[in-house]
Design a binder for this molecule. Sequence first.
Ligand SMILES: [Zn+2]
Length: 447
Amino acid sequence: MKELRRTRWTVVLLLLTGCVASRGVERGLLLENVRLLDPENGAFSKPLDLLVEGDRIAAVGDLAPRAGVERLDMAGGYAVPGLWDCHVHLGYLASSEELDVDTVRAEFVRRGVLYVRDMGSPLLVVKELAARSGGPAVYYAGPMLEQAPLSPFLAQRNEGLPGLAQPVADAADVDRILDELVASEARLTKAFGTWDLELLDHYLAGAGESGLGVALDPGMPLFQGVPLVEALDRGVTSIEHAMSAWSEVLRDDLRARFDAIRSGGGGLPTQMPFTFEVMALGADSIDRDRFDAVAERFARSGALLCPTLSVADRWRSEPPPAPPGMSQAAWQECMRGFHAANVVLVTELARRGVPMLVGQDGFDPEGVLREMTLLESAGVDRAAILRGATLLPARWLGAEGDLGSLEPGRVADLLVLEADPLQSVANLRGPRLVVQRGRVVDTSTEK
Ligand SMILES: [Zn+2]
């Protein structure tokens, strides 16, 4: 039955893509008998009609067919606004020798992932990718910024991909870089690792004046250069990686040792053994009663959390090489614990209403779906997951008037599913129809 339906849809799509490419957009497109997601409230409408004119949604409701408008019966399918992947690094994709950049970009679109937030790539590389057609719209930060000198982790990555990161010397340097980002049409900026709070304040104020959203990646799993609560109180609006909250919710004995190590100033040689010990403890390192205060602070700040559970999940299944002096078996235990701790962080913060974005921290077209599945397994409400992949990123970028929902006047970016994604996020897989800027995308070659 499923096969039969798939064949029918494929035939419809083949017919469709033939017509629409040549004339559908100019004359309009009427999607009939389709349920529309209201991402704010996390509910679908009853089946109705949606009219596309040019690249915009012109009307929704019980609409009469119009002469010359292409009509498509969606058979009660479920329409969702175009999906966002809120944490990618396209710079790595562009530098890949095995992958064809445009093929991968097209794969994102076929899955209904029509926008990405690039959270660190060489500026000129990502700007060039953003200007190309045939892929998701790219909202980019350019390089990750860290107060000079770059941390060993970022310095090493920057050697592998020059321009991935940029050290910032002082306030004048911050001003110059922000001007460059604005001139290069960046829409956001990303701080990484360690900053003096005074310089961070200057950076945040400048970014705000320039209209750039600010995301912060704490860098280290526990010993963060800018503690989460400082970042939230100072106006960072997007916190990357669930582990950002870890040190705030350590159980008493670990927190006491953490504070002693941090104030002792011994640096990485004292921090890393403790970090590995806490990783191996996994969920046992966490005091679940501590989440109320953190969630309250999050809510008050209005910031979003982009958990990127995919990272710990990847490390759990394919651990990177063990650090010197540690057996691979002990390292695997650390990676398993790291993942378990990340899951608890997401579960507890989501349960208390911290709004979350969906992002994979990579460049895999399947990545956003995998991240959604991980969030679902961690107990995040499906309506919240869909909101974090549609409306919230649009709002974060100040693009809510154009993107993120299916109301008249919005850009016609959407996907139509056979089954309800509020029942299972797996229903987002293999959309039956993808519309990008009013044009039907050919999804028939999806593997
Ligand atoms: Zn990242």
